[in-house]
Design a protein around this ligand. Structure first.
Ligand SMILES: [Zn+2]
Length: 448
């Protein structure tokens, strides 16, 4: 056994206890005291690993926990978060979400995969590196925010307090995953998001459905508006929606299409025969990286209880998330959506802008990506897959766009990790592999 593996196995119990401790803090957006405790916990833990720390604060916003350690030619920025998704519905959890439990080699707790396990092992890896190889040959800076699950709405204001925070060469994103074959997946960017809520009122009050001959129904009204947004192939019909999309070259498409993709596994898990929008396997694979989406996340109106109620709903509501690709701007798109609804005669459908984040796609041949591929392939014993960007959203544009930083994930999330869902978990064997890979990365990135 080499020094790195010995150090990790000798400290496995202590490190597991730390993971339990962090995951026991219920740092949901609705609990400012818990967010404060989680921020303080991260600061303390970073100090324990030899980081110089400081807290960046603005009023009524969870603190940005900053830690810095090491010295060298390159600076790596680890962009992480200590907030978690709500744990509800609680009754679907096999053990309480904030009483971390280890069963069959996996730890179950809200946030253990997204993103507390990942952020903690990135701190522990500093100590593992020090024990095996000495001080870090790079400068490593942690930016750990507390609003990621709510769209990082104040991160730009926190970062403006010190422009030096985004000074660097590459950014290590939150999370990271391995596919069902055990191959680590290195993602070089992420999609953005525009989240809106639509609302329409057609009547001053709900009405007896005897009046359906002449009283306007809000549910029909909203459905008609929604039907104008997307065609049957998933193409978004809002005028100008694709104008700012960075073209993807044929070569980039081919490179991505040549990567393995778990089409069968996806169909099996979701119990479907075919993909949406008439997309075949190749089209679905390409779209997951390169196409924006218009997704109805929630839709409600009228009576939805048991038995019957014959009613004409006066109001209807819908939540929509658009996943965006480089260089679409959510604010611009919200304006285009307004213009689209007006032009189609739906001036009465109100749009509430809930959240907007831009997409970011770094270079797939960046030194950081090369280094992550090398260490992940070694630690997981399977060839790493490089994807241009994943289909979810992280605040990487804010940190990366000015200096066009390389981006990469290096993590351990697995297909059954249940991030954002009940019984979120990490497989501890993967945790140790990811910790090993990350400790190795801190040296490898200096050389790559
Ligand atoms: Zn996350």
């Amino acid at each position: 056994m080499n020094d790195l593996d010995r150090y990790i196995s000798e400290n496995a119990d202590r490190y597991t206890e730390e993971l339990r401790e962090l995951c026991a803090i219920p740092s949901e957006a609705t609990d400012p005291a818990a967010l404060d405790r989680a921020a303080a916990w991260c600061m303390e833990r970073m100090r324990g690993a030899g980081c110089a720390t400081r807290e960046v604060r603005i009023a009524d916003v969870p603190a940005l926990a900053v830690g810095e350690v090491g010295a060298g030619r390159r600076t790596l920025i680890a962009v992480q978060h200590y907030d978690v998704q709500p744990a509800v519905p609680l009754e679907l959890w096999k053990s309480p979400p904030y009483e971390p439990a280890v069963r069959d080699g996996a730890m179950y707790a809200r946030g253990v995969s997204d993103n507390k396990g990942h952020l903690l092992l990135r701190i522990q890896a500093i100590e593992a590196h020090r024990a095996a190889y000495g001080e870090l040959p790079i400068r490593l800076r942690f930016l750990i925010e507390g609003e990621e699950e709510g769209g990082s709405v104040d991160l730009h204001r926190l970062l403006e307090k010190d422009p030096g925070l985004t000074d660097g060469d590459g950014a290590l994103k939150e999370g990271g995953s391995i596919d069902p074959q055990g191959r680590p997946s290195i993602s070089c960017g992420n999609k953005g998001i525009l989240y809106v809520q639509l609302h329409v009122r057609t009547l001053a009050l709900d009405a007896h459905s005897a009046g359906a001959t002449h009283l306007p129904n809000a549910a029909w009204r909203l459905s008609a508006a929604l039907a104008t947004l997307v065609d049957e192939r998933g193409r978004i019909l809002v005028d100008g929606f694709y104008d700012d999309v960075t073209p993807v070259s044929a070569e980039e498409r081919e490179r991505h299409a040549a990567q393995p993709w778990e089409a069968d596994e996806i169909r099996r898990v979701y119990g479907i025969d075919r993909f949406a929008w008439g997309r075949d396997e190749r089209e679905a694979h390409l779209a997951s990286a390169f196409e924006p989406t218009c997704n109805i996340a929630g839709l409600w109106s009228g009576y939805t209880g048991s038995k019957t109620k014959t009613v004409i709903p006066s109001e209807a509501f819908c939540k929509i998330d658009f996943r965006l690709v480089p260089e679409q701007d959510p604010d611009t798109l919200a304006g285009l959506l307004r213009a689209h609804l007006d032009r189609h005669g739906f001036g009465d459908v109100e749009i509430d802008y809930v959240e907007g984040e831009r997409a970011y796609r770094g270079r797939t041949d960046d030194p950081l990506v090369r280094a992550c591929v090398a260490v992940a392939t070694e630690a997981f014993g399977a060839p790493a897959i490089v994807i241009p960007n994943n289909a979810g959203t992280s605040p990487m544009w804010l940190v990366s766009h000015a200096k066009r930083l390389g981006n990469a994930t290096l993590g351990m999330g697995h297909v059954g990790a249940a991030a954002h869902a009940p019984n979120e978990n990490v497989i501890m064997a993967n945790y140790w592999r990811a910790l090993r890979a990350t400790a190795r990365l801190y040296s490898e990135y200096a050389r790559a």
